[in-house]
Design a protein around this ligand. Sequence first.
Ligand SMILES: O=C(O)CCC(=O)C(=O)O
Length: 258
Amino acid sequence: MSEVLTREGEQLRPAFDRDGYVCVSPLHDRATMTAIVAEMDRVLRDVVPTMPRERVYLEDKDDPTSVKQLQKLFEYSDLFHDLMFDGPARRIAEEVLRDEVVPMNMQYFNKPPGIGQPTPPHQDGYYFHLDPCEAVTGWLALEDVDDENGCIHYVRGSNRAEGFRAHGFSGVLGFSQGMTDFGSDADKANTVAFPGGPGTFLMHHARTIHWAGPNRSPTRSRRALGFIYYGKRARLDVAAKEAYQKRLDERLKAEGKI
Ligand SMILES: O=C(O)CCC(=O)C(=O)O
């Protein structure tokens, strides 16, 4: 792993420990990115219609083309399985967590043009129910991402605070919990935006605060893949996690959102 450096040419571990994230850009060469994007298009066209509805979130529930989030993508594609289980995202996760990792979820994150909602500020660990909270999420841009279509923002160093900030129901499908006390001077001063091209790869700790704006472009989507890995030493509170997921699915179904 020693040959992989951040975009600024730093070693991964010190950058990750200090900031709570790393940016490696590009993670894949152009040909690999073309193959990944083509596979995503195939999954959207051929597989999504067969997926259970709990795994398919739409931005507009009356428009099946407005897919905003998909879960467990590695179960539907050999290429995505290889990327999740045997690709550079896994090796970066092991490097920054200093542990073997358990591949947990591979997601599709889209903000459809004009209607893509903001991603509320949150800490992934609040959703994960792990002790210790040792997990990371990788995020691979499939196309140009910037302020207009909703690139990722991190609060630098927020990984180093103890525990989690306050979260509450956000009303945003796919990001049900958002921080209720976000926006302090320190939050604002330490916020860093991550625009980039296809192949730009981010990885953040599960305590790192992050968010993204809405998609204000009338024509461009904002497509990405997410890679969630738990550190092997992290213990999952299965009952708490399943109860949370059950409550969430029931609420989303009752509200007609899935
Ligand atoms: O794609 C986004 O807007 C947010 C993704 C995210 O929150 C995550 O990967 O943890």
